[in-house]
Design a protein around this ligand. Structure first.
Ligand code: THU
Length: 159
């Protein structure tokens, strides 16, 4: 028998002011686009802003549906739109912000399992780790690559 341990790493910041200008702009975009989410069922409004290597920023927000599983998270709306429109431009960073009935969520918003898997696919596709900026009122987390959020992942090499 063999015991294994996997470490994950992330950086915690207290405010958006601690980010560099480029990252702060991306977070501002994620916050802004969350306002236009279609989330009448959960009232949980999420915004995602994807920065590509070609400098473009693509945004998305959660799109809910009365048939609940037909909806999609903000991260995948943004990421799929980015990959669909710029299929040759690697994703550099994705910033995610969320708001509930009390305003911006206090703790950083953590992407769901399906979004983590979709982010992994994009990393593998472009052979480049994606930085994640998880925005919250009290803290902001910076995560360097999805392996920190999805250890022991399933990807194309496992097929
Ligand atoms: N949601 C996102 O868009 N991203 C996340 O990271 C967490 C959850 C959405 C899905 C659903 O529309 C609502 O938030 C409540 O789960």
């Amino acid at each position: 028998m063999k015991q294994h341990k996997i470490n994950i790493e992330y950086t915690e910041l207290d405010t958006i002011d601690e980010l560099n200008n480029e990252d702060a702009y991306l977070v501002a975009k994620a916050r802004e686009v969350a306002n236009s989410a279609w989330a009448p069922y959960s009232n949980f409004l999420v915004g995602a802003a994807v920065e590509l290597s070609n400098g473009k920023i693509i945004t998305g927000n959660n799109q809910e549906n009365a048939a609940y599983p037909s909806g999609l998270c903000a991260e995948r709306v943004a990421l799929f739109a980015a990959n669909a429109n710029y299929p040759n431009s690697p994703v550099k960073t994705i910033a995610i912000s969320a708001f509930n009935k009390n305003g911006q969520v206090v703790e950083p918003v953590k992407p769901c399992g399906s979004c983590r898997q979709a982010i992994l696919e994009s990393e593998i596709r472009f052979e480049k780790p994606i930085r994640l900026i998880l925005d919250g009122k009290k803290h902001i987390y910076i995560v360097d690559g999805i392996s920190n959020l999805l250890p022991l992942s399933f990807g194309k090499n496992d097929l």
